[in-house]
Design a protein around this ligand. Structure first.
Ligand SMILES: *Cc1c(COP(=O)(O)O)cnc(C)c1O
Length: 400
């Protein structure tokens, strides 16, 4: 296959989003090819033997690699400015594999407490079953990281901005502490997306994505990605994925490649609308609180300005009246859909306390700001004026 325009010239991220990793077949198709195949054939037995010995670069089996999935992985690596990427079937497969591939019984993992519910389950329920010791910290408190890391660490894990509380964690400072403790820092960059934050440039060793969110961004497929340095890939991840099999399907990889082409445009536009909606909500004075890293009132606003190139597509708001008030607001929205997804072209609204974070104890939820009145708004690509009118109408209705 010809590898024209595959990013080797050091193109900028926007160019790589459209062309990175493109590898055309003998037919010279414009669009990335969809190779819907589980396996590959060999010209002769000798070629098969050589392939299994790693003596040629032939594709062997789509659990290990596939041409369409490979294009997605190369494109992601170029966009992120990292050496390699492995795709997975979902974001959770990426989160689990990124940690499980490198920890063993007796190791320690330190993570921030403000995590997506399933990430919290993997870290606090699954890893300890295999003898891994886990410590949770308040991610914004560097003193807590320092104390928790004092005993040494294999891996540290965090989300910034966090889901759904939008807490922003100082990546260079935490990376420095984790490295001093002898571990690797794994960052879930779902909320910022590759368009707004580059954790590796800020010190992270491993970056994970749910590609289901902004990378697809159109509600079609599940997918995930893990990016890391060659040593991590060679020593830990490659064999773990090859033999446990959380592979991304070629069709989903193809959809995600098309999603990446417009990622920058979509995320910038959604981010502009989110900023406008957050400022407008903040100015109303009839909400308990409005949470958005772009607001001067956000506790880590200055930090967000330093480490992000945009404040994100998600806005948090607490409506008066607790759960009943929040439900009245959700039910009164005519345009925004009630859904637990985010990063979509369609504006989606979630009540985390009763859905994505319902498993977490009430006390812990309140500590994370996930109160009964808290609503997560993932701002889409609709005309922001229509969204403002919809939200205004629903807030008035929610007053009861
Ligand atoms: C959605 C999400 C995940 C999980 O991704 P899936 O593709 O749904 O498996 C992980 N982390 C964060 C922050 C998420 O929002």
């Amino acid at each position: 296959m010809a590898d024209k325009n595959n990013g080797q010239r050091g193109y900028r991220p926007r160019t790589n989003m459209v062309r990175g990793g493109l590898s055309r077949s003998e037919f010279q198709e414009t669009c990335e090819g969809l190779f819907a195949t589980s396996g590959y054939v060999y010209a002769n037995a000798e070629e098969a033997e050589a392939a299994f010995k790693g003596e040629n670069t032939k594709f062997i089996y789509s659990r290990f690699s596939n041409p369409t999935v490979n294009m997605f992985e190369k494109r992601m690596a170029l966009i992120e400015g990292m050496e390699s990427c492995r795709a997975t079937a979902s974001g959770m497969a990426a989160v689990f594999a990124s940690l499980a591939c490198m920890v063993r019984a007796g190791d320690r993992v330190v993570a921030s407490r403000a995590l997506f519910g399933s990430c919290l389950y993997v870290i606090t329920d699954i890893l300890p079953r295999f003898g891994v010791e886990v410590t949770l910290v308040d991610g914004t408190d560097l003193g807590q990281w320092e104390k928790a890391l004092a005993g040494g660490v294999r891996a540290a894990f965090l989300e910034t901005p966090s889901n759904p509380g939008l807490e922003v964690i100082d990546l260079p400072a935490v990376a420095d502490l984790v490295h001093k403790a002898g571990g690797r820092l794994v960052v879930d960059n779902v909320f910022a997306s590759p368009a707004l934050q580059k954790p590796h440039a800020l010190g992270a060793d491993v970056v994970v994505y749910s590609a289901t969110k902004h990378i697809d961004g159109q509600g079609r497929v599940l997918g995930g990605a893990i990016l890391g340095d060659p040593e991590y890939m060679d020593e830990h991840l490659r064999m773990f994925l090859r033999h446990t099999g959380p592979s991304l399907s070629p069709f989903n990889a193809w959809v995600l490649l098309k999603g990446l082409e417009t990622l920058e445009l979509r995320v910038r536009s959604m981010c502009d609308s989110a900023g406008r909606i957050a400022a407008w909500l903040d100015g109303r004075g009839d909400l308990v609180r409005v949470v958005y890293p772009g607001l001067a009132s956000h506790p880590q606003h200055e930090l967000a300005k330093r480490q992000m190139s945009g404040f994100g597509t998600v806005v948090g708001l607490e409506v008066p009246g607790g759960k009943a008030g929040a439900f009245r607001f959700l039910n009164a929205l005519e345009l925004a859909d009630i859904s637990n997804n985010l990063g979509d072209a369609k504006t989606l609204v979630t009540h985390p306390a009763t859905t994505t974070h319902q498993r977490i104890a009430e006390e812990d939820r309140n500590h994370l700001g996930i109160t009964q009145g808290y609503v997560r708004l993932s701002v889409g690509l609709e005309d922001p004026d229509d969204l403002l009118e919809d939200i205004d109408r629903a807030l008035k209705a929610a007053r009861g």
